[in-house]
Design a binder for this molecule. Structure first.
Ligand code: NAP
Length: 244
């Protein structure tokens, strides 16, 4: 496929997990991908692996100065950004009574504030060019909540509200903003689950299994494509039928 030929995509948290699968899917569709992650060596290794002229960049996307610097570097090296995927995310799980202010702030900063910072930095150019796609990786727990994830579910619910608001603000400039809300996906983030927890989870999923990063990446690639040019402000839940 070459539906994204000539497009430049920025994928945050792109070095591993779901972000890496997204980077690979966009590169396979012809985009030049900027793999942005905390560690430059990891980002560059993934960029080399996904190919198609992908490049690795280091940034902590929760910090405004880093975001501005990395967006400038990507636009200098690869060209104007056509597709922004806000995928970087962390968990710091605790029940409310044990949840520290530091863990609240860390999760909100990476999962929510970073998307505000990147969208602000990247969509100005998209608006001028009257073209752009933003895809925010939320979570099904931002829709339904989850015990022990007050900070994480609040950040993802916030990201969904942010997605809908910016979709409304930018629609007249043909900048489309959507969210993908994964269920439970096999990555380092879910690797810590005990076999019992994994079993209990799978029993709640209509399709009877956790998802793969590629299951999310294919939906992101669709939302970045011409075929999705009449979709904005939506939350696509990709969870094997866990929540209906
Ligand atoms: P992951 O395997 O933990 O990978 C996250 C990536 O983000 C890592 O490469 C990490 O870098 C990077 N990162 C973390 N903080 C960053 C920051 N401040 N700036 C730049 N990069 C940063 O996570 P994942 O499971 O692929 O999840 C990806 C996204 O999907 C997240 O937003 C997550 O909330 C969401 N999600 C995942 C699941 C799931 O079941 N896995 C379900 C629903 C939603 P380091 O390697 O240096 O830490």
């Amino acid at each position: 496929m070459s539906g994204l030929q000539g497009k430049v995509a920025m994928v945050t948290g792109g070095a591993r997990g779901i972000g890496k699968a997204i980077a690979a899917a966009l590169a396979a569709d012809g985009a030049k991908v900027a793999v942005v992650d905390l560690d430059l060596a990891n980002a560059e290794a993934t960029a080399t692996e996904v190919g198609g002229g992908a490049r690795g960049f280091a940034a902590n996307v929760a910090q405004a100065a880093d975001v501005d610097a990395v967006v400038g570097a990507i636009e200098r090296d690869l060209g104007p950004i056509d597709i922004l995927v806000n995928n970087a995310g962390i968990t710091r799980d605790s029940l409310l009574m044990r949840l520290s202010e530091a863990d609240w702030d860390a999760v909100l900063n990476v999962n929510l504030k970073a998307a505000f910072l990147t969208m602000k930095a990247v969509t100005r150019g998209m608006m001028k060019r009257r073209s752009g796609r933003v895809i925010n990786i939320a979570s099904v727990v931002g829709v339904v909540g989850n015990r022990g994830q007050a900070n994480y579910s609040a950040s993802k619910a916030g990201l969904i509200g942010l997605t809908k608001t910016i979709a409304k603000e930018l629609a007249s400039r043909n900048v489309l903003v959507n969210a993908v809300a994964p269920g439970f996906i096999e990555t380092d983030m879910t690797a810590a689950l005990s076999p019992e927890a994994r079993q209990a989870l799978s029993a709640q999923i209509a399709l009877g299994r956790l998802g793969a990063p590629a299951d999310i990446a294919s939906v992101v690639a669709f939302l970045a494509s011409e075929g999705a040019s009449y979709i904005t402000g939506q939350v696509i839940v990709v969870d094997g039928g866990m929540v209906m």
